[in-house]
Design a protein around this ligand. Structure first.
Ligand code: HEM
Length: 301
C-alpha cells in the first residue's frame, strides 16, 4: 500500500474526493441505519427515540450537503482540478447528465424521505415508517448507480452491495444510541434488555455483512492473485484486517462487557462506552479505506 501512495503522489483534489466520499458513506449509513434501528427497537424510551431521530436527520442533511459538494468536486476534477471548473455550469451539467446525476437525485430524495422518522411519534407513524423506509431504499439504490458494481453480473453485484450496506448501516447507526444508553444511570434493566437484543441482531447482521462483502470481493477481483498483486486487492486486505479488529471489539462487548453490565458491575458502563468509542474510530478508518477502494483504485489493477 505504501508503494501505491509514493507512486501516485496524491493531489489535494483526489484527497478531497476521498474525504468527501467517506463523509457521504458515514452520513448515508447513519441516516438510513437510524431508521432501521428505530424499527428494530420500537419500544425505546422517548428521549432515546428522539435522540436516534435527531441523529438520523442531522446525518441526512450532512449527506445532502456532501453529495452536492461531491458534484462540484467531480466537475472540478473533470476540468483539470481547479476551483473555476468546480463551479462551471457546463462542467456541472456534464457530470449531472452522467450516472452521477441519477445517483445525486436518488441520494437527495432518499435522505429527505428518511427524515420522516421524526414524525414517528405522531399519530401517522405507519405512514412515517413507510416513507422513511422508501428513503432507505432510494439511498441504497443510489449506491448501485455508479462504481465497480455496475459491471457484470450487475444484478448480483447490486443485490450484494445493497445487502452489505443495509447491514453496515444498522451496525454503524447503533453505536451512538448505544453509547448514550449505557451511560445513563437509570432504567438499568431496560438498557440491559436492549443491549442483549442488539447483540442477537448484530450477530446475524454482521454475518450477512461479512458474507456479502467477501462474495463481492471475490466476484470483483476474480481470485487470489489480483487480491495480492493489485492496489485494489491490497487496500481490500487492509479493510478486512481493520474489520477483524472491529469484530474483536464487538465480540468482547457481547461476551464480556454486556454480561458484566447486566450483573451490575460498576465499571462496566465506562468500559462499554470506551469500547464503543473505539468502534466508531475503526468504522471511520474502514470508510476511508473503502473510499480509496472505490474512488482511486480498480479491481482490474
Ligand atoms: C469482511 C468485511 C468486508 C468486506 C470483505 C467488504 C468488501 C467490500 C467490497 C468488495 C465492496 C465493493 C467495493 C467496490 O465497489 O469496489 C464494499 C463496499 C462497501 N463497504 Fe464493505 N466490506 C467489508 C466490511 C465493511 C464494513 C464493516 C463497512 C462499514 C462499517 C463497509 C462499508 C462499505 C461501504 C460503505 C461500501 C460502498 C462502496 C460504494 O459502493 O461506493 N464494509 N465492501
Amino acid at each position: 500500500m505504501a508503494w501505491w501512495f509514493s507512486e501516485n503522489s496524491l493531489d489535494v483534489w483526489t484527497v478531497a474526493m476521498i474525504l468527501v466520499a467517506a463523509g457521504i458513506y458515514l452520513s448515508a449509513l447513519v441516516a438510513t441505519g437510524a431508521v432501521l434501528f428505530r424499527l428494530a427497537f420500537p419500544r425505546l424510551p422517548d428521549h432515546d427515540r428522539r435522540r436516534v431521530a435527531r441523529m438520523g436527520v442531522l446525518s441526512a442533511w450532512a449527506g445532502v450537503i456532501l453529495i452536492l459538494f461531491q458534484w462540484s468536486l467531480e466537475a472540478g476534477y473533470l476540468g483539470g482540478g481547479n476551483i473555476a471548473a468546480a463551479t462551471n455550469p457546463m462542467l456541472l451539467g456534464i457530470v449531472f447528465d452522467g450516472a452521477s446525476g441519477g445517483r445525486l437525485i436518488l441520494v437527495v430524495a432518499g435522505l429527505l424521505l428518511v427524515q420522516a422518522i421524526q414524525l414517528n411519534n405522531l399519530a401517522f407513524s405507519k405512514t412515517a415508517n413507510s416513507l422513511s423506509l422508501v428513503g432507505v431504499l432510494l439511498v441504497m439504490l443510489a449506491f448501485v448507480q455508479v462504481g465497480h458494481t455496475v459491471n457484470t453480473p450487475r444484478l448480483v453485484l447490486a443485490v450484494l452491495l445493497i445487502v452489505h450496506l443495509m447491514a453496515a448501516a444498522f451496525w454503524v447507526a447503533s453505536l451512538w444510541p448505544l453509547f448514550h444508553l449505557v451511560g445513563q444511570h437509570y432504567n438499568h434493566g431496560n438498557t440491559a434488555r436492549i443491549l442483549t437484543r442488539f447483540g442477537q441482531l448484530a450477530m446475524g447482521g454482521v454475518g450477512v455483512l461479512v458474507l456479502a462483502g467477501v462474495t463481492l470481493a471475490t466476484l470483483l477481483t476474480g481470485g487470489l492473485t489480483p487480491l495480492l498483486t493489485t492496489a485494489y486487492g491490497q487496500f481490500l486486505i487492509g479493510k478486512v484486517l481493520i474489520v477483524a479488529v472491529l469484530l474483536l471489539f464487538a465480540a468482547a462487548n457481547k461476551w464480556r462487557l454486556v454480561p458484566a453490565f447486566e450483573s451490575g458491575d460498576a465499571t462496566a458502563p465506562r468500559r462499554l462506552q470506551r469500547s464503543i468509542a473505539l468502534e466508531v474510530v475503526l468504522v471511520v478508518v474502514i470508510l476511508l479505506i473503502t473510499a480509496v477502494l472505490t474512488r482511486v483504485t480498480s479491481p482490474n489493477g
